[in-house]
Design a protein around this ligand. Structure first.
Ligand code: GAF
Length: 429
């Protein structure tokens, strides 16, 4: 969840546009091009801070299905994507963090001894929040110079925030010689977002940014944090359509949805004392105790309960190669998010409607928190370029907006850039 101000967002978007024209790019997991990006970030770090550095990368994500279920202890099915955040880091002798963002062309400083969970609504809340959460958890960090660059589109529901959090956390931990425990890192990045930035998000984004696998999606149980990797069919592309609508209401409405779910659990818990989250309620229990809930709360619960079921069915379909059932499952998910959870918007609905009738589409739905942002489209590889062309033209005709459409594959999660010794001889920290 980004809570950055509009002017800040515009500035960052300009950085992105200059660095990568996104509309017709394929953003795949390509270790070679990632190394080129890592080298570029390293060179810029050296030009700015005049010292060697180590470089880390963490990806954004797209969610195939399982929306708003993570903070209800439910199931999600996301994949990491090629859009990523890079952090170059070199330790300092003091306890200062000196952080330069290429996207915002700005340097901010923070003191590791003076961090307090008070969001300033600026980009540096993310790295500062992660440093704060790590220190709170007992990881003693070192002061450091950091150079940050991200190409995850901001405000598009592709988790640029998790990418910057995880990349920074990975970099700070390694610079202070702490081993990486990915599960713990994900949880602490979530804590940074919840308590420092102030967005009450679930665990999905940080978890998949840490654990993503190239060519695979993750079926994650958000209660136990057990997960299973699901190979995606080689002939299927993840095509992400950006409506280019950024709803400023997103962050506060997100927190409202979460409170509504908590209120429903409180009310249902009076008659179903064993429940801890909506994950524990069945559809027949919900229907039986409908009178305890307002119409709005009933519909919120119905979305969560039916969405959990759809996630499991989608995972089964992928595992059994049953691609024919993906379309109805994704369509039902979108309908439920639009009508019951009320987190869609006109442009998302238009985008899904246009996409669903294109040749080669297995399924289409909104993805991420909603109120704007992107749709996820599972598209046969051979038809992906034609899909991109047609959807772009039809969406522009229907809305007057020019969408960005990214043809993606599932990517690897957070990683260190390992430079061959002969390649960058003096790089070490
Ligand atoms: C945002 C949140 F960060 C996630 O935790 C998740 O709730 C998602 O919205 C909706 O599924 O990305």
């Amino acid at each position: 969840m980004e809570q950055l101000s509009k002017s800040v967002y515009t500035l960052a978007s300009r950085g992105l546009a200059a660095s990568r024209r996104a509309t017709h790019d394929c953003v795949n997991y390509d270790p070679k091009s990632f190394m080129n990006d890592a080298r570029a970030v390293l060179a810029k770090f050296r030009a700015r801070f005049d010292s060697p550095a180590a470089v880390y990368r963490a990806p954004g994500r797209v969610n195939l299905i399982g929306e708003h279920t993570d903070y209800n202890d439910g199931f999600v099915l996301p994949a990491a994507i090629g859009f990523s955040c890079w952090v170059a880091i070199a330790p300092r002798e003091d306890r200062k963090l000196v952080v330069y963002s290429q996207n915002f062309d700005e340097t901010r400083e923070a003191n590791l001894d003076g961090l307090s969970p008070r969001a300033r609504k600026v980009w540096v809340d993310y790295p500062s929040g992660v440093a704060w959460a790590l220190e709170q958890a007992g990881y003693r960090l070192r002061g450091a110079n950091l150079y940050i660059f991200g190409n995850v589109p901001l405000g598009a529901g592709l988790s640029s925030s998790a990418a910057i959090e995880v990349a920074t956390g990975y970099a700070l931990l390694t610079a202070a010689n702490h081993p990486i425990d990915r599960r713990r890192l994900a949880l602490l990045c979530q804590r940074a977002e919840n308590e420092f930035v102030g967005a009450r998000t679930g665990i999905m984004d940080q978890f998949v940014s840490c654990h993503g696998r190239a060519g695979q999606a993750l079926l994650l149980d958000c209660r136990s944090l057990d997960f299973r990797v699901l190979p995606l069919p080689a002939e299927m592309k993840l095509v992400i359509c950006n409506t280019m609508v950024r709803h400023e209401l997103g962050a506060s409405e997100y927190n409202t949805r979460r409170s509504e779910c908590e209120e429903a659990v409180r009310r249902l818990g009076e008659i179903l004392p064993g429940i801890r989250a909506l994950r524990d309620v069945t559809l027949s229990q919900l229907q039986q105790h409908r009178a305890r809930l307002s119409d709005v709360l009933f519909r919120r619960c119905r979305h969560i309960i039916t969405e959990n079921d759809r996630v499991c069915k989608t995972a089964d379909a992928l595992e059994n190669g049953n691609t024919a059932s993906l379309g109805p499952l994704l369509a039902e998910s979108h309908r439920s998010l639009r009508d019951d959870y009320e987190v869609s918007c006109r442009e998302l609905d238009v985008m899904v409607e246009i996409a669903s009738r294109q040749p080669g589409v297995y399924g289409a739905r909104m993805t991420g928190g909603g109120f704007g942002g992107c749709t996820i489209n599972l598209v046969r590889a051979a038809e992906a370029l034609e899909f991109q062309r047609r959807v772009s033209a039809e969406y522009t005709a229907a809305t007057g907006r020019q969408p960005d459409i990214y043809i993606c594959e599932a990517s690897q999660g957070a990683e260190a850039a390992v430079f061959p010794a002969e390649d960058v001889p003096s790089v070490s920290i």
